[in-house]
Write a protein that binds this ligand. Structure first.
Ligand code: MN
Length: 290
């Protein structure tokens, strides 16, 4: 089996706020472009950050999305969501929310009310997965994957626990349904343990170290809050935990379709982008109260 080597390791840059509730490092399309990370078009990472108590929940008010899916992974803290398709709920610690915006949706994302009153440590990832052209105008969809609904297995050699959010590992399948082949795992690794991961060579593959520090292919160290992107030069790589660690692993088949992106809309052509703005401005994304 050929080794998949690291192309580059990106350290967290300068954080910015999304609304007033998410203090994020933007790794896609920051350190890596949308094109090279296809089908992953955006990754915002709110590393551990302590929010003071607030009676008014912090977050982002009503805003649109079209043409892709938003995947929110809560490591610490709680997020409350509501959208114009009538879906909503709380993303608790350990949960994942997989929202398919597709033909257009309005939603809002805030710290959960009670959590906000107490404040505390907050840590979250939001990943945008592009949709193939043929699904960009399909109906919105909502998958609430509570932690108990996430497939878990013990890594070979008792190396820790693998949460399979989407995709497949050693024949075990994640419960999230996707529109193109996407693997999304949380590897909770025990200090000293080594685990191997295999994906097709041509897939786009990356890791984000959420907690701890790991060594990849017995060579490069990827510290906490760093993002590492792999080359398309092999199938397998090894992750060895320097300490107890949590690593988000993403690997997906590139869509290889043109990308026309602006703000919260990601389409294939400029004409479709203009149409998306027209649809949004004429109220075709539905209604959602502030
Ligand atoms: Mn959003």
């Amino acid at each position: 089996m050929n080794t998949k080597t690291i192309a580059r390791i990106s350290k967290p840059g300068i954080p910015h706020f999304v609304g007033d509730g998410f203090r994020v490092y933007n790794f896609i399309p920051g350190s890596s472009t949308m094109q090279e990370m296809d089908p992953f078009i955006m990754l915002d990472y709110n590393s551990k950050y302590t929010f003071a108590p607030s009676e008014i929940p912090r977050g982002v008010g009503v805003h649109p999305h079209k043409g892709f899916e938003t995947v929110t992974i809560a490591y610490k803290g709680k997020v409350e969501h509501g959208d114009s398709a009538g879906n909503g709920g709380v993303i608790n610690e350990g949960d994942v929310q997989w929202m398919t915006a597709a033909k257009g949706i309005l939603h809002k994302e805030f710290h959960e009310k009670e959590w906000s009153k107490k404040g505390g440590e907050f840590q979250m990832v939001q990943l945008w997965v592009n949709l193939p052209a043929k699904f960009k105008n399909s109906e919105p969809k909502y998958q609430n994957l509570s932690n108990t609904a996430i497939q878990k297995l013990i890594l070979p050699g008792n190396g820790g626990i693998l949460e399979i959010i989407a995709g497949e590992y050693n024949g075990y399948k994640g419960n999230a349904s996707t529109f193109s082949p996407v693997n999304l795992f949380n590897a909770k690794l025990i200090k000293g343990a080594a685990s191997d991961f295999t994906f097709p060579q041509y897939y786009t593959t990356a890791i984000l170290v959420i907690e701890g520090s790991v060594k990849v292919n017995d060579k490069e160290t990827v510290p906490q809050d760093h993002f590492a992107m792999f080359n398309r030069d092999g199938e397998s790589f090894r992750i060895t935990a320097n300490e107890d660690s949590i690593v988000l692993i993403l690997s997906g088949e590139p869509l290889n379709e043109p990308i026309a992106a602006h703000g919260p809309f990601v389409m294939n052509t400029r004409e479709e982008l203009v149409q998306a703005y027209n649809d949004f401005n004429s109220g075709k994304f539905g209604y959602l109260e502030d």
